[in-house]
Design a protein around this ligand. Structure first.
Ligand code: SF4
Ligand code: SF4
Length: 543
């Protein structure tokens, strides 16, 4: 963070449009603080991607294969044939500009090429040159240009300054989805071994050990057992998770960030407490130390890579012989499950349509994927009065809720998290309407941009979200930002520290774990973080 300009410098943003010189003539600058490191050869080699070599985006020579241009143009042709949406998006933009000021990177940085319309135009200009008569004949006069090394570098720079959040598509009268253009642009770059290492390393790790962090099965189990000890210390109750248990009814899969990084770890403790509570009501669930990742960084590489990583969860469900899968609080995991799983690896006919063993609710939304979001599962439990809750244990928190782009715009998942929060907490405040639900602002670090070397980009991209948090913090004294996405939980602490330091970050199931009253528990004097619960600590001292 020390290299990032201070907040009062960063807010000096120039939003002037590039009318004078024209966007095509604006020179490209790949800058430290904005760009991520290039993929290390061992990571792309591990998953069989092409052109492994040492390189840096700051170098002049990117060590491309000799026929790189042909590779990309062939790749573009194949994708235009395969994805009708891409062809339509290339053809129908009328450059009305409705999307221009909707991207958090443009709002927070002012770079015109971060306007969604121009980001798409980077690819569209080459498409026009290759596929339109006017483009072939008139070139730059009609916004067409050749694919050169400079153009390729521009693609790399700006497709890795897009979090694939789809906010812009909401405002496009034609429904053009710039996220899809970015996704396919990144696929083309990957044909040349041009990815970021913050994406390639998790992909290789996930392929090797089952999770992004490269954690071995025994370490995964050890970590959960640490949480078991912590829970016992706080509640006096020893929970007993099971691992890799064949014949269990349900497999639980969550992002590895919940197991290894604060504050996701407290959310993980919340899951463990909930599962223990439900055991006597008939929950039969197992964790897997092999399918130890719900997230999918393959999605930030190519469709093919996303499919390969997604397959692991279902292979493990088959191996263990479970009936269905319960999924933890994650963002892109759910985008992949909800929008892609069926065509990638589905339908998962060897599993059964999920039914809650506690309430009997049949989850229609999971009829094909056989995978239920834990917040939906918990909301259903609360609705059926199955949980004993003490909301006052969250009274030290004044909460606002961030809709993760992937669960909100990607799944339409708006009400369940709010319902659960309101049932386990007394103080909940919404951010302004234009920044939540479908219109939610991205955390600024999704789609694999949550590295440490691009911190300036992240602080700029996160500005609109932070600004809305600041508003409710000043207005209502909000001190906690809740979310149901592991990337959000990983990136918001830095963003809040930078823009709104008085606000901390939590997952929804951390608050469920605080509120849930376990049979035989001792009087709680702290929350799951070990922070004293106001009032209750003094009572203990009196005793
Ligand atoms: S809103 Fe849609 S049609 Fe208008 S410029 Fe943006 S992408 Fe093109
Ligand atoms: S998908 Fe999100 S990050 Fe990408 S251009 Fe649109 S608003 Fe910006």
């Amino acid at each position: 963070m020390s290299d990032v300009p201070k907040p009062d410098q960063l807010v000096q943003i120039e939003h002037a449009p590039p009318l004078v010189q024209g966007w095509m003539n604006a020179p490209l600058e790949i800058k430290k603080g904005i760009a991520c490191y290039g993929s290390k050869p061992k990571n792309i080699e591990y998953v069989g991607l092409p052109n492994p070599r040492e390189w840096s985006p700051l170098d002049e020579d990117w060590k491309l294969p000799e026929n790189w241009r042909q590779i990309v143009l062939d790749g573009l042709r194949e994708r235009l044939e395969r994805f009708r949406s891409l062809k339509i998006f290339m053809d129908i933009c009328v450059r009305c500009g409705a999307c221009a000021d909707k991207c958090h990177f443009f709002i927070g940085g002012g770079d015109p090429k971060n306007m969604p319309v121009l980001r798409a135009e980077l690819l569209r200009s080459v498409y026009r040159r290759e596929y339109s008569r006017a483009g072939k004949l008139l070139g730059r006069m009609v916004g067409a240009r050749d694919l050169t090394v400079d153009v390729l570098k521009e693609w790399w720079s700006y497709f890795f300054q897009c979090t694939e959040c789809r906010r812009c598509s909401l405002f496009c009268p034609y429904g053009i989805d710039t996220a899809e253009i970015t996704i396919l642009g990144r696929e083309l770059l990957n044909l040349l071994g041009l990815n970021t290492d913050w994406i390639s390393a998790p992909v290789a790790n996930c392929y090797r050990t089952g999770n992004h962090l490269g954690i071995q099965p025994h370490a995964f189990k050890d970590m959960l057992e640490f949480f078991v000890d912590d829970i016992e210390e706080i509640t006096g109750v020893r929970v007993e998770p099971s691992f890799n248990r064949k014949g269990a009814e349900i497999l639980f899969v969550t992002p590895s960030g919940d197991v290894f990084a604060d504050p996701g770890t407290y959310t993980c403790m919340g899951y463990l407490i909930l599962f223990h509570y439900l055991q006597s009501l008939g929950l039969d669930i197992t964790w897997s130390t092999y399918a130890s990742e719900g997230g999918n960084f393959g999605f930030f590489t190519s469709h093919e890579m996303a499919k390969r990583l997604n397959a692991k969860m279902y292979a493990e469900a088959k191996r263990l012989g479970v009936k269905w899968i319960l999924g933890g609080e994650c963002g892109h995991m759910w985008r992949v499950i909800h929008q892609y799983m069926d065509t990638f690896n589905g339908p998962a006919d060897f599993l059964e349509q999920p039914v809650s063993p506690i309430t009997g609710t049949r989850f229609e939304s999971a009829a094909s994927t056989k995978m239920v979001h834990i917040v939906e599962f918990t909301a259903d439990l609360i609705k059926h009065n199955k949980l004993k809750l003490d909301k006052s244990r969250n009274d030290h928190l004044k909460i606002t809720y961030h809709d993760s782009c992937n669960t909100a715009r990607g799944m339409g998942f708006f009400e369940e998290p709010r319902y659960v929060i309101n049932q386990v907490c007394n103080h909940f405040y919404e951010m302004p309407e234009s920044t939540i639900r479908e219109q939610t602002f991205c955390c600024g670090s999704g789609s694999g941009l949550n590295a440490s070397e691009d911190m300036e980009l992240r602080m700029r991209g996160g500005l609109p979200r932070a600004n809305a948090v600041k508003h409710v913090s000043e207005q209502y004294g909000v001190n906690m930002l809740a979310c149901i996405c592991a990337i959000d939980r990983a990136v918001f602490p830095d963003l809040m520290q930078y823009w709104v330091p008085e606000v901390d970050v939590t997952g929804v199931h951390e608050m469920v774990g605080n509120a849930l009253i376990l049979d035989g528990e001792k009087k709680r004097t702290t929350d799951l973080r070990g922070e004293p619960l106001p009032g209750m600590e003094e009572e203990e001292e009196d005793v």
